[in-house]
Every structure is written in C-alpha cells, then in structure tokens.
Design a protein around this ligand. Structure first.
Ligand code: FAD
Length: 447
C-alpha cells in the first residue's frame, strides 16, 4: 500500500466520511460568501428536494437495483421519506437491448420515466450527479446541493476499467470509450452501437468479452449473435471477430458454441484466451499478448469495476481489483456502519451481475433496512438470477438460465444453487424474455 493510500484511509477512518465530501463540508461554510460563484453556491447548499419528514432514505442510482429498492422500501415502511437520485434523464434497459439492436422490439419498450416510477410508488426523484458523501454528517453531495440521510443505499452500478487492457492514459481511455463504446454502462453507447451496426458495409467488426466479474456474463455472446443475425439478413460480406479474454465461453457454453457453428459459421470467428494488452484507436488495431488484430469497426467491452464513488469514499476493498466495497455479505451494510448499504452491480458478493439479480436482491435489502429501523433483523435469502439470451431473430428465439446462491461454509464462498439451464433456443424462449422484461418494468415503474 503506498503512502497516499494509507493517508486517505486513515483520514477516512478519522472523519468517518469521504475525502471529497470532507472538502465539500469545509467549503460549505463558504456557500454564502460573496466571492463564491452562484453555480458553486448551489452545490454547497441544501438541495431543494431535501427530505422534510420521516426517516430519510437516499438511494443513489436509478438502475435495476435503485428503482426496486426505492419502491420496496416504501412498501415495507410507508413512513420512509425516500429520494432516488440518478444523473440520467430517463431509464433505458440494458436487458433486451441486444434484440433491440436486431430490430426485434422498439426503443419505447426499453425506455421509462423516473418520474412515473416516483409518482406511482410515492417517493421523490432527483436528477443530479452524486459527487460524494460524508458519513459523519450523513450528507450526500450532488450537483443540485446536498441532502441529509438516516439511511444511504449506494446502487451506482459499474464503470469500465481500461487500465486492465493496457490503456492507462485518461485521454486515451476517453477516446477509446467515445469511438468504440462497450455498450454496458450508458444508454448513449447503445444508440452509437446500433448506428455502427446499421451503417457497417463489410470487413471485420470486432467485439470483446472481458475477464473478471463482468456485467451480464451472457450478454457479449448474445450481442455477437444478434449482430451476426443482422449481417446475415443483409447478406453482408463481413466477419465478427469475437475476442474473449476468458479461456472459453463463460455461460450457456454449449448453446452459444452451437449457435456460432450452426447459425453463424460464416460470420462469427470466436477466439478464447485473448489477453488484450492495448488498442491503437486511430490505426484500428487491437493488440493481445501474442497477436494484433486489425478491424474496420469495434465494440470494446473492457473489464469492469465498482463505481468510483466507492473508492473515492475510501470504503473499497484495497485487495480487490474490481474495487468492490467492504460490506457484510448477508446484510449489505458497510462493515461498522449500518446506515450505509451497497447493492446491485457495485456489491462485493460474487452474484451474477444481472438486472434480475439486482431486482430480487433489492427487495431483500429493502426488508433488511426496514427491519433495522424497527430494531429487528430480516432472515437472509438468496437473490435469484434469471437471464435470457437471444440467439436468432424473426421470430426472436432465446435460451435461459435461472439460479440461486448458497453460502458454502467450507470454502467461505457463495456458490450456485438450484440452477436450471435451457441451452436450446426457441420462439417460446423469445416470448418468455419479453414477458419477463414487461414484468420487471411493471415492478420498477408501474405496479
Ligand atoms: C447488453 C446488456 C444485456 C443485459 N442483459 C441482461 C439480461 O438479460 N438479464 C439480466 O438480468 N441482466 C442483464 N444485463 C445486466 C443488467 O443491465 C445489470 O446487471 C443491471 O443494470 C444492474 O443494475 P444496477 O442498478 O446495479 O446498475 P445500473 O442499472 O447500471 O444502474 C446504476 C445507475 O446509477 C446511476 N449513477 C451512477 N453513478 C451515479 C452518480 N455519481 N450520480 C448519479 N447517478 C449515478 C447511473 O446513471 C445508473 O442509472 C444486461 C446488461 C447489458 C449491458
């Protein structure tokens, strides 16, 4: 551990809060000074949307985890005064976005309003960027001002970690993201990928699969199938080069391998154990430890990490390359702080990073928080993972997997439990995937 790291952790432990938030707290005294520009004063004052009554719960991140959390917290305790914060204007679903790339459903199906969710479920939605938080004063700082909390739930999802594919320079990381977005973090990336696919005129279209505990294990392989289906429909002279940093297909392996061979043999070239070591953005070449691959266009999905909000607050596990938080594996709160919880894809537990996992987990953690507020304890239950993978189109045909988790006392690790895999695709699977997504959207926004 280097000196600056040791210093920041000590400072964190002394103050019980984030360094960034600590600085903001100090600067807050300057909010009313005449020399402070109005835009900065706004950040340093209490947000207009600040809670006024009841136990104040702030949920950071309006994704699958945060939306479910806000709804079910209110369900468990109507007296909770809940504010959900997200930087986006509206919600776009990643699940089912691959079939959307292949024109199997509309963008309307995937897009939903945070305001509908908040109005239907009786909480407040604030569109703002969360800048940091201070655990001593229990404040969350946003671009719209600060809010105070009694409970804080962090559900900010993942970020890309380009350093793990040899791109250390922040400017190069930004350029790589802008030119060859991975399509796993922001809705804008999806629009860009769809335009790339539709305008591709032939040659090599490169896709990558990261290693580590990445978001939605099946989605990069599903995406390869959907893009191949489009190229096949357009009878394009094109090859999809699928470079996998893992030694083999990580999930539904037999099904995807059959799809690559039987449906898309002329389109998909799959190369496992491709340890990516760099990307020449202007020269359009990707380097691995042993080779170089020229491409005409690309979607580069690098390894991922937990939101940098967690690292900036000094609550990450320094031994974990994915910078996940130090939390209780059964109750989700920070070790030593039962006021702050981390859920969804930023969690420390190795559950599959999926929307369904985040939804079922958030229902349980909402119960944990509601029980804690009453001085009680909820009984642990496993999240459920359910994941559909589209393989063919017109009609949409999908495979699926459902699993739970159990804690193995011997190894001290979580393991899959009661897994049910359907690795043959059919139209019933395709219809089931649409019905599943409708049910999830209903739970998070309308029901
Ligand atoms: C292509 C694709 C296909 C997928 N398919 C499936 C599938 O079939 N089934 C399945 O179960 N899962 C699937 N997933 C995975 C699923 O999308 C994620 O696991 C899920 O979104 C995780 O939920 P989350 O709430 O943790 O994170 P997110 O949904 O990413 O939500 C995090 C939210 O936090 C907000 N945020 C982050 N930082 C800040 C900040 N500082 N201030 C304010 N707001 C902030 C973000 O804007 C975002 O809205 C797929 C993912 C992709 C990309």
């Amino acid at each position: 551990m280097n000196n600056s790291r040791r210093f920041s952790r000590r400072r964190f432990l002394q103050s019980g809060g984030a360094l960034l938030a600590g600085s903001l707290l100090a600067a807050a005294n300057a909010a009313d000074s005449p020399g402070t520009p109005p835009s900065i004063q706004k950040i340093l004052r209490r947000a207009g949307a600040a809670a006024t009554s009841g136990t104040r719960v702030i949920v950071v991140g309006g994704g699958w985890s945060g939306l479910t959390m806000a709804k079910h917290l209110k369900r468990f305790n109507p007296a909770f005064d809940i504010t959900l914060i997200d930087r986006q204007q509206y919600f776009v679903s990643f699940p089912l976005s691959n079939p959307w790339l292949a024109d199997q459903l509309s963008l309307d199906f995937l897009s939903h309003s945070f305001y509908d969710a908040a109005n239907n479920h009786g909480y407040r939605f604030l569109q703002a960027d969360v800048l940091g938080f201070d655990r001593e004063s229990r404040r969350v700082y946003t671009g719209q001002g600060y809010l105070e909390y009694d409970y804080l739930v962090l559900a900010p999802g993942i970020e890309y970690d380009y350093t793990r594919i040899g791109i250390d320079d922040p400017e190069q990381q930004q350029r790589l993201f802008q030119h060859y977005p991975g399509g796993f973090v922001a809705g804008s990336e999806l629009l860009s990928i769809k335009r790339k696919v539709e305008s591709f005129n032939g040659g090599t279209f490169l896709l990558t699969v990261p290693n580590g505990d990445y978001r939605c294990s099946a989605a990069p392989y599903e995406r390869a199938c959907m893009i191949a289906a489009i190229f096949k429909r357009r009878r394009l002279r094109a090859k999809i080069l699928l470079l996998d940093m893992n030694p083999g297909i990580t999930i539904k392996a037999d099904g995807f391998q059959r799809a690559f061979d039987d449906l898309y043999g002329d389109y998909i070239e799959y190369l496992p154990s491709s340890e990516i070591s760099g990307v020449d953005i202007d020269g359009r070449r990707l380097e691995t430890t042993f080779d170089e691959y020229p491409f005409d266009d690309a979607v580069v999905y690098p390894p991922v990490r937990a939101s940098s909000l967690i690292e900036a607050a000094g609550i990450d596990n320094p031994k974990d390359p994915q910078k996940a938080p130090l939390t209780d594996p059964f109750r989700y709160h920070l070790i030593g702080d039962e006021r702050v919880y981390v859920t969804g894809d930023s969690r420390s537990q190795p559950f599959s990073k999926g929307g369904h996992t985040a939804n079922s987990e958030a229902q349980y953690v909402a119960e944990v928080i509601a029980a804690h507020a009453l001085g009680r304890e909820a009984v642990w239950r496993s999240p459920q993972t359910m994941c559909f993978s589209a393989v063919d189109i017109n009609p949409l045909e999908s495979m699926s997997i459902i699993t739970y988790y159990r804690f193995d006392q011997h190894s001290g690790q979580f393991a899959f439990d009661r897994t049910h895999l359907v690795d043959r695709w059919d139209p019933q699977g395709g219809q089931a995937s649409l019905a599943w997504a409708e049910g999830m959207f209903d739970d998070m926004f309308y029901g």
